[in-house]
Design a protein around this ligand. Structure first.
Ligand SMILES: Cc1cc2nc3c(=O)[nH]c(=O)nc-3n(C[C@H](O)[C@H](O)[C@H](O)COP(=O)(O)OP(=O)(O)OC[C@H]3O[C@@H](n4cnc5c(N)ncnc54)[C@H](O)[C@@H]3O)c2cc1C
Length: 454
């Protein structure tokens, strides 16, 4: 349905539109961030040991205090993990950072729940859980109840039928747990009588509240780049490409395969922020494009976007890009709208005259679901494109079914030994494909994937 943008767009020089390849992007920066996280989380435990009076109190009491200190530090650091800071995303990818955020929420929750239980067993008895235990204890109780509600809400909102956007707003209440927990621990914690510990506690609070304000006030007001919708093209019966041009005319530096947070402002429609791949190559800006499939409340309205509508964009994010690996051979495997990051990479390879060989296995239900078919079928000979259909018409002569180990072996056996594989699609398809690649001998380090879920 669309014209081949590759024929019309004037390719820019690749270097001028890529983010500068600073040391931040590399392993050293990732290692430094991990070390910083560990130090910040464990510092209160170290300080508590260093500053504790000797001899120490009963074992369970000491354990309770350490659980409280470590739990609070991890909780404050949760804000840093969820603030979508680009220099934190750069070495890991936002999906990895958010997975750590989810896991550490459980660890902090367990530690903070263990804190009063150990205190009760250790010395103070179950009176701690009564309302009449005094305001300082009540603050701790309130923080704990709020924390449990926030964690349960995060775990079960989908099963409770609560909308994602409603959950996001509710989840912001977690900052209250940090603030109330801070006041509670400063008011009652014996370890926090020491000036060094108090200073560190203030640092954690200022960092958490500062990042919260940055994410929820600064970014919405001033942190997004302003774009205008230059065009909307229907790709298939349920997928549209939105073309966006920056208001100041400057290109947005990104790597092929990265994604953005897009907030469309359309008259009469609610303005929501959603993550979408930048489906165009950086070499083809302007425009920058997002190719979006109708799949829910917001995306179902995407076809009603009009030229002239405005958009705020936060980008680039993610590490799903061939530029991070520089392989000799490529194996792209996509399912449905999961083709979007691969489209960006393929455009990039084409525009930079890259002649390295590659295979694209692209799974869809029917021929009508294939996104940008003309572009894919017009790719240079070094990229072999194989369409795999699970519900084809009778006259379909190509491979059928899902992208399984057999399909991969049949159509990409010659590249398996060397290729880096780039996989993106619906979660069950990705699990199956990654499992199949492993069975076929492709090492984990050569498999790169992007999940459309954060
Ligand atoms: C890195 C990444 C890249 C993506 N690229 C594309 C793309 O190129 N094309 C495309 O069509 N889709 C893409 N998606 C998926 C897209 O973000 C969701 O389809 C869209 O947000 C669904 O919103 P909805 O209101 O229409 O659906 P809903 O039915 O309301 O939501 C369905 C699910 O989408 C997720 N979701 C919804 N809103 C948000 C949000 N604001 N932030 C994060 N997740 C949310 C939640 O898991 C939710 O349960 C991408 C997702 C990610 C994480």
């Amino acid at each position: 349905m669309t014209e081949q943008r590759g024929d019309t767009a004037e390719a820019r020089s690749a270097d001028s539109v890529l983010p500068p390849d600073r040391w931040q992007d590399g392993r050293r920066w990732g290692g430094a961030l991990v070390a910083l996280y560990v130090v910040l989380a464990l510092l209160p435990v170290g300080l508590a040991f260093a500053l504790a009076p000797r001899p120490a109190g009963p074992f369970l009491l000491e354990l309770a205090r350490l659980a409280g200190l470590l739990g609070f530090a991890l909780l404050a650091l949760q804000v840093a993990l969820s603030a979508r800071i680009r220099v934190v995303d750069a070495p890991f990818g936002l999906d990895v950072v958010m997975r750590l955020h989810e896991r550490m929420a459980m660890v902090a929750g367990v530690l903070l729940l263990a804190h009063p239980v150990l205190l009760a067993f250790g010395a103070h008895g179950w009176g701690l859980f009564r309302l009449g235990a005094g305001w300082r204890v009540n603050l701790g109780q309130a923080a704990l109840v709020l924390l449990v509600l926030v964690v349960l809400f995060a775990l079960f909102f989908q099963r409770l039928g609560i909308e994602y956007q409603v959950w996001r707003v509710g989840h912001k209440a977690a900052i209250l747990v940090v603030v109330v927990g801070f006041v509670h621990s400063m008011a009652i914690g014996s370890n926090l009588r020491h000036a060094g510990m108090r200073a560190y506690w203030w640092l954690l609070l200022v960092m958490a509240v500062g990042l919260f304000v940055f994410r929820n006030v600064f970014v919405p007001l001033w942190g997004r780049r302003r774009f205008r919708v230059a065009g909307v093209e229907q790709e298939t019966h349920d997928t549209y490409t939105i073309k966006l041009e920056r208001e100041d005319g400057r290109p947005l530096a990104h790597r092929p395969g990265q994604f953005m947070w897009l907030k469309l402002k359309r008259p009469g429609r609610p303005s929501e922020e959603h993550p979408f791949t930048i489906s165009s190559s950086p070499t083809r800006q302007p425009p920058l494009t997002a190719t979006i499939k109708e799949s829910g409340d917001f995306t179902n309205t995407i076809g009603r976007t009009r030229p002239g509508d405005t958009a705020g964009i936060e980008a680039p994010y993610g590490r799903f890009s061939l530029l991070h690996h520089d392989p000799e051979v490529f194996l792209f495997i996509a399912g449905g709208v999961g083709i979007t990051p691969i489209l960006s990479m393929l455009e990039y390879l084409q525009d930079t005259g890259d002649e390295r060989p590659g295979v694209l296995l692209y799974g869809n239900k029917t021929e009508d679901d294939i996104i940008r078919r003309e572009f894919l079928d017009g790719l240079p000979e070094n990229i072999r494109v194989v369409h795999v259909l699970s519900e084809p018409d009778e006259d379909w002569a190509g491979p059928t079914g899902y992208v399984t180990a057999d399909i991969i072996r049949e159509h990409a056996a010659d590249v398996l030994e060397e290729a880096h594989a780039y996989v993106c699609g619906p979660p069950p398809m990705m699990d199956m494909v990654i499992g199949a690649l492993r069975d076929l001998g492709v090492e984990r380090r050569r498999i790169h994937s992007e999940r459309f879920a954060i």
